[in-house]
Design a protein around this ligand. Structure first.
Ligand SMILES: *Cc1c(COP(=O)(O)O)cnc(C)c1O
Ligand SMILES: [Zn+2]
Length: 435
């Protein structure tokens, strides 16, 4: 214990630090605190190297082995160093960047790329954060890890904890999480605590549990999560030969990802890889839009709200990373927009029927791009990259409801199964229009 405390006090000698986003205080990189003494959030900071060329990243892509095969650790010059440290990796990342002309036409731009983070090992971008944060948990000797989750974080925590061989406990809002996400978490073997309350209540409880019981916290308030998630942007730009698009668009819930991308932009510029920054657009669901409301007041005020939306992964009323996300919007001259659930579901049907597919929260990206084009904020000639955050199989209930449920009758894209007798004539009459 004495050695531990002394080593924490000596953080000024460490290259990696935890640095407050508001005041000047810094802490040892292995300090188990989640906030600065002043109450604000912490960043992981370290000296960013000058990278005169990026060929090393491309060379590493010829390897099938961790760490080079990971779309996170491939960019390790831009991550905090874990010298000689064992890394917990599935491996993650290396997700496709789709050129999506059909969706581009529907939203009204000439060039649209969709980066599919649903192609990560557990089906969401959360894995990129989890490889770094779980590795850090192992480094500090965590006996147990925990998170609060709307579903995808719990699936990712459960998988990475199992891979690391450490017990995991996840707090989920009772009854408000999709069967697929809960099923994944059950399957990977995490202990599941269902809270009578919403995500924000679960989040409050898990923070208390981590402080009082010494459990390692894997929510995105943990700045090591955000370090891993920066790699979405590194990989996206790598796939575009480091030629930045005009816009990077993503959904915002707890705002960890928006914060991570903002930090990635700023560090790519420090490293000399980016000269001009793309603009970032964060899209919220209308029923869970406290960040949008704050943006509209020019960030003069911030009011948490009771959240409700079909896009459960962004059903968050009191986003933990608000100050960091605000910083990201200011850095990139970005915008925040909100879209209705009906717009999210129609956008999802478009993405799904283009063959790519995504979960509802991810479709907020596409609905948001369309809205920003209609408003004249995004120009038809702009090059736009949208992040699809989760996999199409994450939320089958919503798919079935959209295509078969009550409101499906009037929907242009509703795809209803047809029941027939097993005869060729019956089949012929059903296919009459198509053959
Ligand atoms: C977590 C998640 C989000 C929201 O990301 P934040 O970092 O909380 O803003 C969006 N979409 C999916 C699929 C997610 O899993
Ligand atoms: Zn501080």
């Amino acid at each position: 214990m004495a050695v531990w405390l002394r080593s924490l006090a000596e953080h000024r000698g460490c290259a990696v630090k935890l640095t407050c986003v508001e005041c000047e205080l810094t802490y040892h990189p292995d300090d188990d605190r989640t906030r600065c003494d002043c109450g604000s959030l912490l960043d992981v900071t370290f000296p960013i190297p000058q990278l005169s060329n990026t060929t090393v990243f491309t060379e590493r892509m010829t390897s099938w082995r961790t760490p080079d095969a990971s779309g996170v650790w491939r960019y390790r010059e831009l991550l905090p160093e874990f010298a000689g440290q064992h890394i917990v990796s599935r491996p993650e990342g290396s997700t496709n960047l789709y050129d999506a002309p059909g969706i581009a036409q529907w939203v009204g731009v000439d060039q649209l790329w969709l980066k599919h983070e649903g192609e990560n090992p557990t089906g969401s971008f959360k894995d990129r954060g989890m490889t770094v944060a779980t590795s850090h948990a192992m480094k500090v000797g965590a006996k147990m890890v925990a998170c609060a989750s709307t579903g995808n974080t719990s699936a990712s925590v459960a998988s990475y904890a199992a891979a690391a061989g450490v017990p995991a406990i996840v707090f989920v809002p009772d009854g408000k999480i999709s069967a697929a996400k809960l099923g994944q978490t059950v399957a990977y073997g995490a202990k599941i605590i269902q809270i009578r309350g919403d995500f924000d209540a679960a989040m409050t409880l898990v923070q208390q549990a981590s402080q009082k019981l010494g459990i390692y916290l894997l929510n995105s308030i943990n700045p090591y999560r955000l370090e891993g998630q920066k790699s979405i942007l590194f990989e996206l730009l790598h796939q575009l030969d480091w030629q930045p698009p005009d816009w990077v668009v993503l959904p915002g819930g707890n705002l960890g990802n928006s914060s991570a991308l903002g930090k990635a932009f700023s560090e790519l510029r420090m490293a000399g890889i980016l000269k001009a920054l793309p603009r970032m657009a964060v899209i919220q669901a209308e029923g869970a839009s406290p960040f949008y409301e704050a943006y509209r007041s020019s960030f003069r005020g911030f009011e948490p709200m009771e959240a409700d939306t079909v896009a459960t992964a962004i059903r968050i009323g009191n986003p933990v990373s608000y100050p960091k996300a605000r910083r990201a919007i200011e850095l990139t001259d970005g915008v925040v927009e909100a879209v209705a659930d009906a717009e999210i579901l129609d956008a999802k049907a478009r993405v799904d029927q283009s063959g790519i597919g995504c979960e509802p929260a991810s479709a907020a990206t596409v609905a948001g791009i369309r809205k920003l084009v209609q408003q004249g904020v995004i120009k038809p000639g702009d090059r736009v990259a949208g992040i699809l955050t989760g996999h199409v199989m994450k939320d089958a209930e919503t798919v079935m409801e959209y295509h078969l449920g009550e409101g499906s009758k009037g929907r242009e894209l509703a795809n209803r199964p047809v029941v027939i007798d097993p005869t060729i004539d019956a089949l012929r009459s059903v296919l009459a229009d198509e053959l």
